[in-house]
Design a binder for this molecule. Structure first.
Ligand code: PHE
Length: 343
């Protein structure tokens, strides 16, 4: 019996050494150490032994059992180490390989100008508001004092989607949206940058372009507030020496309405090709919010007044950076785009 036990022990050791994975080891564990295994079945024989035999037999069995278990445990560890080594080898990287090159991106000039203008107005306590690019006729025109069939609609050849929806032709509908959201209670002090769309296309007009709308509604708002605000904006944007002037104009949603010019920054007002020898460059439209608009948008005109203005984003950029054609903003020519990367 002892001989057989030693044979089994030897065989077990060999098989454990040859085992290739944990699954095999588990099978061997059962084969040799489970209660019903051949080896363990010898335990039953102990009840027929006398005390002395039993003690020495028990010792042999225990040492064989422990040895097999230890071998299995050791092998498990070896297999685990091997697996780790294999994984490390597989996941190793060659740090001598050249890496991928990431080029640093930068803001498009359009966005850069939006940020610059926004910064100036945020500095004056304005908040930024946004409105939808697909707009209701109601907001784009009607609440801005341009009823259906009003000839002023011709000033903004528009892209209609259906009877009631269009690609907004100006950022001014945001004025109406913001006023309505305030339920007749001021103050309002916002700017709203965004895309606008008109059926236009030449060197200075694109079917898609950007505007920044400004709106202030409060008690005791005067035309001089508008003048002072725009003067500050122009000086920050185009230089401290710039002057502005206002010319009477017409917008259906402002009364009085003005067109604002800045003194030419190229020639300082003497006259050159940039300012078409007038010394002045047209820069934006503005005016006092029309009482009809205030009323339609829920404000009491006895208590509240307001001013509004609209600046063309590309127009500002073109003047500031000397760009000759508005289409350069959209054709994605990297030679153009990269010129403005320098901070
Ligand atoms: N929305 C006008 C336009 O696109 C500009 C403007 C805005 C004029 C606000 C006055 C007040 O032409």
């Amino acid at each position: 019996m002892i001989k057989r036990i030693q044979e089994i022990a030897q065989e077990a050791e060999q098989k454990i050494a040859e085992a290739k994975d944990n699954e095999e080891l588990s099978k061997l564990q059962i084969l040799y150490l489970a209660k019903k295994s051949e080896l363990m079945s010898f335990m039953a024989k102990m009840k027929d032994m006398n005390q002395e035999e039993r003690a020495s037999f028990g010792e042999v069995m225990n040492s064989v059992k422990n040895k097999i278990q230890t071998k299995i445990d050791e092998k498990r560890k070896v297999l685990k180490d091997l697996a780790m080594e294999h994984r490390l080898k597989k996941e190793a990287m060659d740090i001598t390989l050249p890496g991928e090159n990431y080029e640093r991106g930068a803001k498009h000039l359009f966005q850069k100008v939006v940020d610059e203008v926004s910064d100036i107005f945020i500095g004056m306590g304005y908040q930024i508001e946004e409105g939808p690019e697909v707009e209701l006729d109601h907001f784009n025109f009607e609440l801005l004092n341009v009823p259906k069939d009003h000839p002023a609609r011709d000033m903004q050849d528009s892209f209609y989607i259906d009877e009631t929806h269009l690609m907004r032709s100006q950022t001014s509908p945001v004025q109406a949206r913001v006023m309505l959201s305030k339920n007749g209670v001021g103050p309002i002090k916002i700017i709203s940058p965004g895309k606008t769309f008109r059926r236009d296309e030449d060197a200075t007009h694109s079917h898609q372009f950007g505007q920044i709308e400004g709106l202030v509604v409060d008690e005791n708002v005067r035309m001089s507030d508008l003048l002072g605000t725009l003067e500050l904006f122009v000086k920050k944007m185009f230089g401290e020496k710039r002057k502005i002037r206002m010319r009477p104009s017409y917008f259906p949603f402002t009364e009085p309405s003005v067109e604002v010019d800045i003194s030419c920054f190229e020639c300082g007002g003497k006259g050159c090709s940039l300012c078409k020898h007038s010394g002045w460059i047209e820069i934006l439209g503005a005016g006092m919010v029309h009482p009809n608009v205030l009323k339609m948008c829920g404000f009491d005109t006895k208590k509240y007044q307001g001013f509004a203005f609209g600046v063309g984003i590309e127009r500002v950029a073109m003047l500031r950076y000397g760009i000759d054609d508005i289409r350069r903003f959209y054709t994605n020519d990297m030679r153009f785009n990269k010129q403005f990367h320098r901070e």
